[in-house]
Design a protein around this ligand. Sequence first.
Ligand code: HEM
Length: 504
Amino acid sequence: MGGSEDVKWLGSEVTVALIFGLIACLYTAYRYITGNNDYFTKRNVPYIKPTFFFGSVKSLVLRRTSLCDHVIAVYNQLDGHKIAGMFDFLRPSYVVRDPELIKYITVKDFDHFVDVPIIIPEDAEPILTKGLQSLKGQKWKDMRSTLSPAFTSSKMKILFTVVSETGQQLTTHLENCYRQQQATAKHESMLGARLVPKKTADFFRTLVRETIKFREQEGIIRPDMIHLLMQVRQDNLWEDGSSSDVNLESQNTSTQDITRSTKISLDTDDIAAQALVFFSAGFEAVATLLSFSTLLLAVHQDIQNQAREEVDKVLAEHGGQVTYEAVQSIKYLDNILSETLRIYPPAPLISRKCVKEYQVPGSDLKIEKDSSVMVPIVGLHYDSNYFPNPETFNPDRFSEDNKHSIQPFTYMPFGSGPRHCIANRFALMETKTALVHLLSHFELHTTSKTQLPLRLVKGLKMAPEGDFWCGFKLRKPISNVTSSVASNAVESCLLLCSNCGIPW
Ligand code: HEM
């Protein structure tokens, strides 16, 4: 009898201990999750009150809003403050709203903010850690100054041949859709994930290695990015003296401004890593820009007509050929792309990691080492103080007469300072060339599947609700399309045609 009471007593003691243990665990977890909640209060910085666990990103994570709308909402919530705070889940992050302070952080005092907060672990696949985007400090400076000569204006001319061939393939592909009377094609995104699985990394490394070996053995020269990277390795790009400064805005400084950097020798793994970064960073962003600009032209017929008139006129002056010089001289398309990037920037925000303590100019605030700083690019793009009627698609904002009135550091689709997009000139050249091919052969229009007004899909994907549905009407046969087929309009979803699997 006494024995069973002992067992009962022991049982209730265990239960109590378990309950206390559980409470202690929950309390510890709660303290861990909310431990940083007073981070900005302690520093006397205004901030967006965090929700439990999700911080300031709950509506984004739960797919109640798009990334652009989320960044705009953060920017607007912090109205009136030059610098403020928010929480990426549990991690506090500064939000810099003031253009002058953005200049300090991304350009003038760049040495305090050289790195970007990247989540790739140091011991991950070298093809991931060696890519320019992931490199830090001096390694980044050396790699950036080594690669920059591959993106000068003279190199754009070399790459143009391949780019224009691809533009030609795009129009031919659409023409084939006519011929086969394929009415629908469904979009799928190619490279949504930022982190590449090991199998893909291995495939990519082998592909680049074999390509380089083959070209070296056979003495093949193809005017593409791999060739430029091979030349960087052989040190052949440094002598041409052309500036690597993209000079899109005064806010984009040249690599000459990256002090104390030395060019480094690249091995095949380095080249593969850069090629993968260029592919993953570039492919989707350019596809997004091309898709949105095409769609906006389909919606705004007057702007499309004006663009086509200029395309036709310039091509006629160049013997009907899409040459580098012809593409360069079509100015209105530059304005259209700039305005598309304002409304739908493929990268709605940029981030920096503070690498040494920073005294914020004109305030008592000190940003501590290892803090994250976010620049809400799209928030500034939609601020009516900088861009009146921000919702309106108006390429004339960027005309020769008007673009000087845009306040520096309020328009940053390619980022800002020495860490701005290394390939912005290439990206614009690619997209513009594709548009020249498209407009010279097709009339673009919306279809019953295009969801109007255009609204961004909720979540991280940069696409409109209902995808990129756009109609194409052939203006003139590209090859030997019969006129009866050519007169039928075909509608297609941009980016990837699942009928044939060809991405364009
Ligand atoms: C419309 C197309 C593109 C847009 C809007 C875009 C935008 C951006 C932005 C916002 C950044 C971050 C800049 C910063 O933190 O200040 C960036 C970085 C970068 N982009 Fe692009 N990009 C585009 C196309 C490309 C292409 C085609 C390539 C490669 C061929 C490329 C390669 C890179 C690389 C390597 C970086 C990292 C630079 C560094 O850390 O030094 N991007 N891009």
